[in-house]
Structures are given as C-alpha cells and as structure tokens.
Write a protein that binds this ligand. Structure first.
Ligand SMILES: Cc1cc2nc3c(=O)[nH]c(=O)nc-3n(C[C@H](O)[C@H](O)[C@H](O)COP(=O)(O)OP(=O)(O)OC[C@H]3O[C@@H](n4cnc5c(N)ncnc54)[C@H](O)[C@@H]3O)c2cc1C
Length: 456
C-alpha cells in the first residue's frame, strides 16, 4: 500500500493552548494549516492542570486576534479569584500575588478554542494522529510523519510549529546537528513533576474564591516545590503539588505527598479526577526557531519556573509564533532560522525577563530553606510590590528590597544570600533584555550559561 502524502503550508503539532491559538491566528489569515493531535477530538484540551488562568491574558489574546475568551455561563470559566496569595507553612505568612486570576475548565475551554480554529476554512484538524518522525532535508524541517487510525502518512509543509507540550516531540526528533542553539531534550532536573486532584467537599471549603500557593511541611521532603489550593466553586477545588525533579527528589511518592495534605485539609472530600504530568521549570529555550521550525508553549519551556503557570504563556506564545510566520510570509521570505529570529527576541524580552525572578527564588529556597524565605515575607522584606516590580517593571531593579535589608542585620548569612539572589536575578534580566542578533548568539549564550551556573 502506498503511503498517503498531504501538503500544507503549516503543520501545528499539538492541540493544547499553544497549538490552537497558533492555528486560529493562521486560519484567520487564510493560511493552509493542519493541526495534529494524538488525542481523540473530543478529548483535545483535556490537560492535567491546576486550572488557574489570568483573564487579563485571555483578554489580550481576544484583542490581538479575536481568540474566544472562557465564558462563565458555559462553565468554561469556573470562578474569578478574589484572593491570590502565597501562604507560608505558618499561616500568618501571606504574600499577595497581585494581578487577577481565575479557574477554568480545561476541557471545555480547550474544546471551544479547537472548534473556533477548526471553523476557519483553511484549518483542518487531524485527531488521533501521533507524530512519529520529523522530515528533515539539508537542515530544513520539511514536514512530519504521523500515525493515524488509517495508517502512516507524511504531511509536507513549509514550517512545523512544535506545540506538543512538555514532551517537545518535534524538537526531540530533530537531528542533533540542528540542536546547537537549544537542547534536543530538556534535562530532567529542569522539569517539575506535578500532580493534581479535582475534589468536591461536603461543606463549603475554606479557600472560597481563592488561589493559594502554599508551603506545607511535607515539602521538606521534596525541595524546592509548592502546593496549591485553587477554588473552582463553593464546594469544588483543584489541589495538588509540584517539585523539581532533581536527584534528591527522585523516587518520592507524589500521590502520597498529596494525600497527606488532602487528608489534613479535606478528610471527607470526594475525588473527581486525579493525574500527574511534567512542566518545564527553567528559562525559555535559548532559541525557539530553526529552518522550517518554531516552537511555543511548554515545548519552548515557556512556563513560569516559580509556579508552573504555563496556560497563559502557551496561548500568548502560540499567537506570537503564528504572527512571526505571517510577518515572514508577508515579506515574501522563506521560513529560515534567520528570518524567524524576531520571535526569539520577543520571547526573551517578555518571558526571559519574567522568569528570572522565579529562577532566583528557587535557588534561594534551595539554599536557605523555606523558613528563611518565609521570614523575608513575614518581615516585609519581600512584598507584593517587589514581586510585581520584578515581574512587570524589572528595569526598576530591586532597590526597594535592598533598602529593607537593615532588618537582616541579625541574619548576615541570609542577607548575603538575598544580595546574591537579587544580583543574579538582575543579571539574568539584563541578559534577557539584551537578546542578540543571530551572529552574536554564541557569545550571548555563553554569558547566559555562565550566569545560570551561579550558585548562591
Ligand atoms: C499538575 C499541573 C498543574 C498545572 N497548573 C497550572 C495552572 O494552574 N495554571 C497554568 O497556567 N498552568 C498550569 N500548568 C501548566 C499548563 O498545563 C501547561 O503549561 C499548558 O497546558 C501548556 O500548553 P501547551 O499547549 O504548550 O501544551 P499542552 O497543553 O500539553 O498540549 C500539548 C498537546 O500536544 C499533543 N501531543 C503531544 N505529543 C504528541 C504527538 N506525538 N503527536 C501529536 N500530538 C501530540 C497532546 O495530546 C496535547 O494535546 C500545570 C501543569 C501540570 C502538569
């Protein structure tokens, strides 16, 4: 039997938020696009997640390209959060986390986005279609080989978008010779393993309209990590935990760690769903493009290393990757690494800057432990303003925090550690802001790698 060969302009691998937002953006401009996902169509979007998503981001996506927003009437949006905090093991230690957020139903919202993309004439969706191989000729990605319910097929394209989530299936199948500016495989110790349950309580729970990231005593076994309690309604919650997969944490039982906390807070809860998965927890890939290749969402390591927030970044980066493709196309150019380079600059100016603080905090907690981190919050050395400044106005630096260090006179070691952390974050922010032209990439990347090796 001869193998079937399809042709299109763009193949999108993955129908999660990064893939659907990219396909939608391309489809609106009538670009022939095939989106493939290994899941059955009615399950696309059903991702293991804490379900938190900032409506400011979905509004931005709507304003940019008309991407539909989650609708509360249709239970796509579960609940707008009124309290968003990081809470220490001592419940008195509370750090408000600023900007708004909400919980969404991943499957319902994911299906809405998938249908919106599929309704566009130039977009076709191939469900139950798994990418097996990437077709590469002379260092240019030419398409993918897939396994469908009808058998093997090749899909030839001018560009492939890897939106396959944390597994990065396209990147991992590229020849090593093409992986000089990004890792073919993200190292295990730069991944978070995370597990979540959706539970129903008998009585209204104690986290009403709240998103709580908390440090429970169980985390002492799996540093650095976090628990969450995200309200999805009066008697429904998404709870779970995540921690870095460093050597010391291997072999720990994540379900048991979750159960121990669930038993303490919600002994009578009914478990509606439970599952685990992985999330990248690092700076973005140093480059996210190659000839005929671009990557978005988790596949590009675009989840916040501090809290694993990657749904919004996936939507956002899917749109931006598609816009980069549209720009190159409009200029009548080919989809080469060089022509797609502008996307790297955007990713680093946005996520590179944002994630730097997360990297700094993870290192601080790893070195000094949660009690010292909580002490900084309790004594007003790290405040909501400091976090927001680092996240949204990093150019302002951390002078505010350093002014308060006189309070640390009693803790010279922590003072030194905080100084080093803030210095490290500032340097990472600067490196992110100075993302180079392609000719100067190697020098920039050496600087980045050296800075990332910094120990506190
Ligand atoms: C337990 C947990 C809790 C989390 N909590 C939050 C949270 O509260 N808020 C938040 O913002 N983020 C959270 N995240 C992260 C968030 O889920 C991801 O960052 C987000 O889903 C990334 O979107 P994506 O489109 O890049 O990838 P995904 O959503 O993973 O989508 C990838 C798609 O690719 C498809 N695919 C994979 N391999 C193949 C293949 N070989 N062939 C074809 N298709 C393939 C998959 O079927 C999938 O549909 C959490 C993650 C976990 C694991």
């Amino acid at each position: 039997m001869t193998e079937k060969v399809l042709e299109t302009e763009v193949v999108v691998v993955g129908g999660g938020p990064a893939g659907v937002s990219a396909a939608f953006t391309l489809g609106r401009q009538k670009i022939p696009t095939i989106l493939v996902d290994r899941k059955p169509k009615e399950k696309i979007g059903d991702k293991v997640c804490g379900d938190a998503l900032n409506p400011i981001l979905t509004k931005w996506c709507y304003d940019q390209v008309g991407l539909p927003q989650p609708d509360p009437e249709k239970k796509e949006l579960m609940e707008i959060a009124e309290t968003i905090v990081l809470r220490g093991s001592n419940p008195r230690v509370i750090l408000p986390m600023g900007l708004g957020s909400a919980t969404v139903d991943r499957l319902r919202y994911g299906q809405k986005l998938l249908h919106a993309a599929e309704e566009l004439e130039s977009v076709s969706v191939m469900a139950e279609t798994r990418v097996k191989e990437v077709i590469v000729e002379n260092n240019v990605v030419k398409g993918v080989k897939v396994l469908t319910p009808e058998g093997e097929q090749s899909i030839m394209s001018k560009i492939v978008i890897d939106a396959s989530g944390s597994s990065g299936v396209v990147r991992r199948r590229l020849p090593l010779s093409m992986c000089t500016k990004f890792p073919q495989k993200i190292p295990r110790e730069e991944m978070i393993v995370a597990y979540r349950e959706i539970i129903r309580t008998k009585e209204p729970h104690q986290f009403q309209k709240g998103l709580y990231l908390t440090y429970e005593k169980e985390l002492e076994e799996v540093m650095p990590g976090y628990y969450w309690f995200f309200s999805r309604g009066e008697r429904e919650l998404n709870i779970g935990l995540g921690y870095l997969m460093i050597e010391e944490n291997l072999g720990k039982n994540i379900r048991e760690l979750n159960q121990s906390v669930r038993d303490r807070y919600f002994p009578d809860a009914e478990i509606l769903a439970s599952q685990g998965d992985q999330i990248p927890a690092r700076m973005p890939l140093p480059s996210l493009v190659h000839n005929g290749f671009i990557t978005a969402g988790d596949a590009g390591a675009l989840a916040n290393p501090l809290n694993g927030e990657g749904h919004g970044p996936a939507l956002f980066s899917g749109i931006k990757a598609a816009q980069e493709i549209l720009k190159v196309r409009e200029e009548g150019k080919e989809y080469t690494e060089e022509h797609l380079w502008g996307y790297n600059k955007w990713v680093w100016s946005y996520f590179g800057v944002e994630f730097a603080m997360g990297i700094g905090i993870i290192k601080f907690i790893f070195k000094f432990g949660y009690p010292e981190f909580e002490w900084l919050i309790e004594h007003g050395i790290i405040t909501e303003d400091d976090i927001n400044t680092q996240l949204y106005e990093p150019a302002k630096g951390h002078k505010g925090m350093l002014k308060k260090v006189f309070k640390l006179a009693r803790k010279p070691r922590v003072l030194m550690g905080l100084r080093k952390t803030l210095n490290h974050v500032e340097k990472l922010v600067k490196i992110a802001q100075e993302y180079p032209d392609i000719e100067n990439f190697d020098e920039w990347n050496r600087k980045l790698e050296k800075e990332l090796e910094t120990e506190l």
